[in-house]
Write a protein that binds this ligand. Structure first.
Ligand SMILES: *Cc1c(COP(=O)(O)O)cnc(C)c1O
Length: 220
């Protein structure tokens, strides 16, 4: 087996065990392979062994490598997991199947308008600044309900879930629990949380997708 195949098999097996341990249905947790900073040469081995769901944090970077890879490997689902500026919305919607980083009314409106214009309908998640960190992207937890309501009622922008990145250096579990509780309150099915260092805890707290980069691709 190649390195890529081995790492992928290992992570998939670990996820499957965590699903079983948590009493979750097998396949309940989707693996988003975070390929940011890695080029086509590094990504191709994962596509060759069947991985189809990938995450990128920059629109411009993704635009440079994914059209060709998608052409080679049908069935790719690409997630935008980094901040989105309103002036990049058109490019983002042309490329991404899932936008995980809706975090303010202006952006939600721009995405809704572009969906109307281009007819593509990505799944959209709201990013929550779950640790209420000053510099961090994401909507404040206390304003999340209002933003989701605004998206649903004013913009007719369906929101399918919530995403978060807990503060670095703290136990992520309380933050994962808060995000899961918020998603439940809002009847949102998708919960995107957990990265290379904490995806097992995230699954135990109810994640439906985990975003794993360095554990698959190696250090950046
Ligand atoms: C880079 C990144 C990840 C993956 O991080 P790893 O620690 O490499 O697994 C997950 N989510 C987001 C939003 C990221 O930017």
């Amino acid at each position: 087996m190649s390195d890529a195949a081995e790492r992928l098999a290992h992570i998939r097996a670990t996820i499957a065990r965590a699903e079983a341990d948590g009493g979750r249905i097998s396949g309940a947790v989707s693996l988003v392979a975070v390929s940011k900073t890695h080029d086509g040469v590094a990504i191709r081995p994962f596509l060759q062994v069947g991985q189809r769901v990938f995450g990128e944090n920059r629109v411009q970077e993704a635009k440079g490598k994914w059209p060709e890879l998608r052409h080679e490997f049908p069935g790719v689902e690409l997630h935008l997991i980094g901040p989105l500026q309103s002036n990049k919305v058109r490019d983002a919607l042309a490329l991404f199947d899932v936008i995980e980083t809706i975090d303010r009314p202006k952006l939600a409106r721009a995405v809704a308008d572009e969906i109307q214009r281009c007819g593509r309908q990505p799944r959209c998640l709201v990013q929550v600044n779950i640790g209420r960190e000053g510099q961090k992207a994401g909507i404040d937890p206390d304003q999340t309900t209002a933003l989701v309501d605004l998206c649903r009622q004013q913009f007719h922008l369906p929101i399918s879930g919530l995403m978060c990145i807990p503060p670095a250096g703290l136990d992520p579990v309380p933050f994962f629990r808060q995000l899961a509780a918020l998603a439940k309150e809002l009847a949102l099915a998708e919960i995107s949380m957990g990265m290379s260092g904490d995806y097992l805890q995230a699954i135990a707290c109810g994640a439906t997708s985990v975003r794993v980069g360095s554990a698959l691709f190696g250090p950046r």
